[in-house]
Design a protein around this ligand. Structure first.
Ligand SMILES: *[C@@H]1O[C@H](CO)[C@@H](O)[C@H](O)[C@H]1NC(C)=O
Ligand SMILES: *[C@@H]1O[C@H](CO)[C@@H](O)[C@H](O)[C@H]1NC(C)=O
Ligand SMILES: *[C@@H]1O[C@H](CO)[C@@H](O)[C@H](O)[C@H]1NC(C)=O
Ligand SMILES: *[C@@H]1O[C@H](CO)[C@@H](O)[C@H](O)[C@H]1NC(C)=O
Ligand SMILES: *[C@@H]1O[C@H](CO)[C@@H](O)[C@H](O)[C@H]1NC(C)=O
Ligand SMILES: [Ca+2]
Length: 527
């Protein structure tokens, strides 16, 4: 039971917004103590923390200076872009500045002077931090919106990319996709990637300037219009597979594929009016802190969660050292309204002192042994406390016992080793002739061929004789007239018939002559 005062104290901040506080000091029948809640940072204007990259090189206008015109004034091509003149330059940073009223500042591309080669540009935004979108992404285009573009996202700092939304004035023609609207999605399709025609048609360049990625409309599928029922959204984010990740990004990329045409056709004689110009990119979201932080700060050029609940890492994605008695878990929005902190626990504090070094979160009591033991040890560990490595793995000497990398696979060569186990330093047990930590090498005087075999011949003791040559230590290639493992045997000696038999004299002579010839060619016989 909570005392009324404590109740007020910790209910008050909660009323300000959901999941705003991570803990509060409460007084219970057992005395005062901390109570912990799932918590998340406030939404922010993410463009203030972004780094931008525009591709390909040379796509930004003004180097060399060039003229352009607009769809409104197609024959008055007196506007100029000049990168060396601050008043006439249009660098990428102008997509993220705050603008004086009425005066748009924008990044601008070169014109479509290479038509019909496509005019392509990528604008890549990187945060080096996972971010959860909380509102629409709004991209503002001056002089008309692209007739074809694509939005892509990455969840791993740009290593892999996934389509996020397709935009075209004709989705079928551009992407072979039917046109759909986010408003028409349902609870089961809320994270569908679709193609929309709403933001690409020509309506005059001054009227509709924005291209949106509709986050609110997707939220509204669960939270209702005006997002009144956020509880329902949070419940769904927790339970629907992939839904949370759908709104999470580390990077965004706008792939501009065809500029505004101002009509149906491209006027080849006036290509100065086709280009891209972006004045603003608004991204609203919050740092992803796995519900373990309510603050996110910009430090050393990167956003960083201020982790609570004894978690750590950029996203509070792991337990702090000495707080790994059970596996790390993200906090949960459920149960409403305060959620579950799923805090990390100090070593030895949970499960009646059964320490599992964070490799298991389940313990079981074995009756007849009267011990508590960890169940289903992960990360290739085993043992009562998950303190040993599984067979076929060895202890990583530079990792603590509670490190995920504590066990390293032995990786013994299957052919060269006796079995797949290794000793504490990772050495495997080798079959005869094999050597090396993993038994994938051969001892001297052995050669590798699906295992190690003793050399048949070499350049020292096991020399091929009579002009034979040693092939990869496996066999002697003998000159005609000789045979045997080391070519030590003359064919005549071995097969008397060849030399003595009258009927075979000519053949025998021929063989001898050929043999001499072969030796001559090898430079062995000096005639
Ligand atoms: C834009 O990025 C995509 C990958 O997301 C890449 O395939 C394409 O070549 C890039 N285009 C330009 C013009 O750099
Ligand atoms: C990205 O963030 C991590 C963690 O804060 C930091 O160590 C790293 O230097 C950052 N990388 C870049 C390119 O800013
Ligand atoms: C985290 O550890 C500290 C001790 O360092 C403890 O006082 C605190 O209650 C712990 N927090 C949680 C959420 O378990
Ligand atoms: C050993 O553990 C350290 C610390 O976690 C880790 O950086 C390293 O990659 C591990 N070594 C192997 C071979 O997994
Ligand atoms: C593991 O085996 C190698 C090779 O036999 C040996 O040099 C090493 O000392 C052994 N390590 C341990 C800890 O026994
Ligand atoms: Ca601007």
């Amino acid at each position: 039971m909570l005392y009324l005062l404590a109740l007020l104290l910790h209910r008050l901040p909660l009323a300000m917004g959901q999941y705003d506080i991570c803990k509060s000091w409460v007084t219970t029948d057992d005395g005062p103590s901390w109570e912990f809640y799932a918590c998340q940072p406030k939404a922010m204007r993410m463009k203030d923390y972004v780094t931008v990259r525009v591709d390909p090189a040379g796509i930004t206008c003004g180097d060399p200076p060039e003229r352009f015109c607009t769809h409104e004034n197609p024959y008055l091509c007196s506007d100029e872009c000049d990168a060396s003149n601050p008043d006439l330059a249009h660098p990428p940073k102008l997509m993220f500045d705050s603008e004086d009223e009425g005066l748009a500042t924008y990044w601008q591309s070169v014109t479509w002077r290479r038509y019909p080669e496509p005019l392509l540009a990528n604008i890549t935004l990187s945060w080096n931090k996972s971010i959860e979108l909380t509102d629409d992404i709004v991209i503002t285009f001056e002089y008309g919106r692209p007739t074809i573009m694509m939005l892509e996202k990455s969840l791993d700092n740009g290593r892999t990319w996934h389509p996020y939304q397709y935009y075209a004035d004709d989705c079928m023609e551009a992407f072979s996709m039917p046109a759909r609207r986010v408003r028409d999605l349902s609870t089961t399709s809320a994270n569908r990637v679709l193609c929309t025609e709403e933001y690409s048609r020509w309506v005059g360049s001054k009227k509709e300037k924005t291209v949106r990625f509709e986050v609110r409309d997707r939220f509204a599928i669960f939270a209702g219009p005006d997002l009144k029922n956020m509880d329902n959204l949070y419940t769904r984010l927790e339970s629907a597979k992939g839904l949370k990740d759908f709104f999470t990004v580390t990077d965004l990329r706008m792939r501009l594929l065809r500029p505004a045409l101002g009509g149906t056709y491209v006027q080849r004689e006036n290509l100065y009016k086709y280009f891209y110009a972006v004045s603003n990119i608004e991204v609203t979201g919050r740092c992803k802190c796995n519900l373990h932080a309510n603050l996110c700060t910009f430090k050393e050029g990167s956003l960083q969660c201020e982790c609570e609940h004894n978690t750590t890492g950029q996203d509070c994605g792991k337990c702090k050292k000495n707080f790994r008695s059970r596996s790390w878990r993200a906090g949960s929005y459920l149960p409403l309204p305060n959620g579950s902190p799923n805090a990390c626990a100090a070593a030895g504090s949970a499960f009646g002192n059964c320490e599992c070094y964070g490799h298991s979160n389940r313990c079981s009591y074995i009756d007849f042994l009267n011990v508590v033991t960890c169940v289903s040890c992960k990360h290739n560990t085993r043992g009562q406390h998950c303190q040993h490595c599984r067979l076929g793995f060895y202890r990583n000497s530079s990792a603590e016992l509670d490190d995920e990398n504590v066990c390293i696979e032995c990786n013994c060569n299957q052919i060269g080793s006796l079995h797949d186990r290794c000793n504490e330093t990772g050495y495997c047990e080798c079959k005869e002739g094999a050597t090396g930590p993993k038994c994938d090498d051969c001892l001297p005087n052995y050669y590798w061929r699906q295992g190690c075999f003793p050399n048949v011949c070499d350049e020292e003791l096991l020399l091929c004789q009579n002009g034979g040559t040693c092939y990869q230590n496996q066999r002697c290639i003998c000159p005609v007239g000789f045979k045997g493992v080391l070519c030590q045997q003359s064919r005549c000696e071995a097969d008397k018939k060849d030399c003595d038999g009258a009927h075979s004299t000519r053949a025998g002579l021929g063989t001898v002559l050929l043999g001499v010839l072969a030796l001559q060619l090898r430079g062995f016989v000096d005639l």
